[in-house]
Design a protein around this ligand. Structure first.
Ligand SMILES: O=P(O)(O)OC[C@@]1(O)O[C@H](CO)[C@@H](O)[C@@H]1O
Length: 496
């Protein structure tokens, strides 16, 4: 884990590197997956940007270590039952894990945990506006009965104005959520607990309200499936898949780089994000990479053909499809011997990928015309012969940072040549959901991770690390705080 302290040098002029642009795509050099249907989005209309420094004070000011009242640390650990093991998706050695996290990160000063308690901040807007909008969307997606409507009403009241109510004694995952901090947060306002926690709690409770966990006729019915399918079946997806034909004649390395960027920018296709950004498809902000360690990533994915790639997936559909294309390419061209795709065990953050979404995506590819079908067949074969495996670990939906991952998941990542962590939420969990000064070294905040790790993410929340001072200054000067949350910028960061 040495040698990862280097961060990218300031970019030309304003310090921001631009991704491959339209000129190349018109020549057919890059797939439409990259940018064609992912124009910039304007700021979320109903989520106001913080005019003042967010919760926890000025991120540019000295950032104290969390004290006893830091809401993210003592509470989730306190009350975690001894011996709650990997079965529950929590570490069997919570105390040991905490020790490791603190000692390995001891040279990285910490920063305030993000809460949703300040009106006018992005997290507050998600709790107060995005979650009610999601409830409305889910209500309209299915002809639910009176029981579900009543439960959704109750959830709406609770998540906007009420307190955290613990799961009932009979809930199948009560023990797990207790270990994840539920009992400690019970009775507190949703706005006063870590934002990462209250968001995950929202999706757990939403699924409960629509009967997803059953028993009953709605058991296992994904409330987000209609919007996911619409996205997968959209003409935009057709167009993106057709662009693979243009790529077919290019050298393998060039294709690999194009597919990496397709996977990166595919992260803009986040249905929850779009719920708050209506009309954003029509705007044309210029996307840009704020950090780019891709050369280091390619060094890790050498030509031995024996390595294992763990890919921690984020959204389904127009993000998952390019993720799968990248995996298919790496397997087919001997850059890796195996891939493990981590998906969510249940619907989450509107469009996060589950096993069912992987099946839909692979079938979409095998049923497509041209080069896309070849990728689909390659994936199907890889799933069949075990070169590509799926993992739906409970911790993938945990309201905690990856620093608190359980031992079996840690072992998975430790065995990988490289773990690629996709998307904004996974980034928040990877580095810790805190108001880090953007120049905080990425290597420092990911030092606990048991093997090389890469983040591919468009910026959709306040959390960011690993930027140069010049890049941060250039972005602030050009856009204020907008660049942090608008989804118009992206990063590729690697810690070896
Ligand atoms: O993880 P993803 O799909 O890239 O983004 C998730 C997201 O839309 O949800 C959070 C707010 O609810 C933010 O972190 C981010 O904007």
């Amino acid at each position: 884990m040495a040698g990862h302290r280097h961060l990218p040098a300031p970019r030309r002029r304003e310090g921001v590197r631009r991704p491959p642009g339209r000129r190349h795509r018109r020549r057919g050099a890059l797939p439409g997956l990259l940018l064609r249907r992912h124009p910039g989005r304007r700021p979320l209309p109903r989520v106001r940007r913080p005019a003042a420094p967010p919760h926890g004070g000025d991120v540019a000011a000295p950032h104290p270590r969390p004290g006893p009242r830091d809401p993210a640390r003592p509470l989730p650990l306190a009350g975690r039952p001894a011996g709650t093991g990997d079965r529950a998706g929590v570490s069997s050695g919570a105390r040991a894990r905490a020790r490791v996290t603190v000692s390995r990160m001891s040279d990285t000063p910490t920063a305030p945990v993000i809460l949703g308690d300040r009106p006018g901040t992005f997290p507050h807007g998600v709790l107060a506006e995005r979650h009610p909008a999601i409830i409305r969307q889910v209500r309209e997606a299915f002809p639910y009965g009176p029981a579900q409507h009543r439960a959704l009403d109750a959830l709406l009241a609770e998540c906007t104005g009420g307190a955290v109510e613990p799961l009932p004694a009979g809930a199948h995952d009560r023990e797990r959520w207790a270990a994840w901090g539920m009992d400690s947060y019970a009775g507190r306002s949703w706005y006063d607990v870590p934002w990462l926690w209250s968001e995950s709690w929202f999706y757990r409770r939403l699924l409960d309200a629509v009967g997803y966990f059953g028993p009953g006729p709605w058991q296992g019915i994904d409330p987000f499936r209609p919007s996911k399918l619409a996205e997968l079946d959209s003409p935009a997806t057709d167009e993106e898949l057709a662009a693979l034909d243009d790529l077919a004649g290019r050298p393998a390395d060039e294709r690999a780089r194009a597919l990496l960027h397709g996977s990166l920018w595919g992260n803009r296709a986040d249905l929850g994000f779009r719920l708050s950004a209506e009309g954003a498809e029509r705007t044309a902000a210029v996307p840009a990479l704020v950090a780019d360690d891709s050369e280091r990533l390619w060094t890790l994915l050498g030509a031995s053909g024996t390595g294992t790639l763990c890919l921690v997936a984020d959204n389904a559909d127009r993000e998952l499809v390019p993720d799968l294309l990248l995996v298919a390419h790496l397997l087919a061209h001997g850059r890796i011997g195996r891939a493990v795709l981590h998906v969510k065990p249940y619907p989450y953050y509107v469009s996060d990928a589950t096993t069912a979404d992987v099946v839909d995506a692979v079938r979409r590819l095998t049923g497509a015309q041209g080069a896309a079908a070849g990728y689909g067949r390659g994936l199907w074969d890889a799933l069949s012969d075990g070169r590509l495996t799926l993992r739906a670990h409970p911790f993938s939906c945990a309201p905690l940072p990856y620093a608190e991952m359980p031992d079996d998941l840690r072992a998975d990542f430790a065995a990988a040549t490289l773990t690629v962590v996709k998307g904004d939420l996974n980034y928040r969990r990877l580095v810790g959901d805190r108001y880090w000064p953007p120049t905080t070294p990425f290597a420092g905040v990911t030092d606990y991770f048991p093997a090389p790790v890469a983040a591919l993410r468009t910026l959709k929340s306040d959390v960011v690390t690993g930027l140069t001072a010049a890049t941060e200054a250039a972005l602030d000067a050009a856009e204020g705080r907008r660049w942090r949350t608008a989804g118009t910028h992206a990063l590729i960061q690697v810690r070896t």
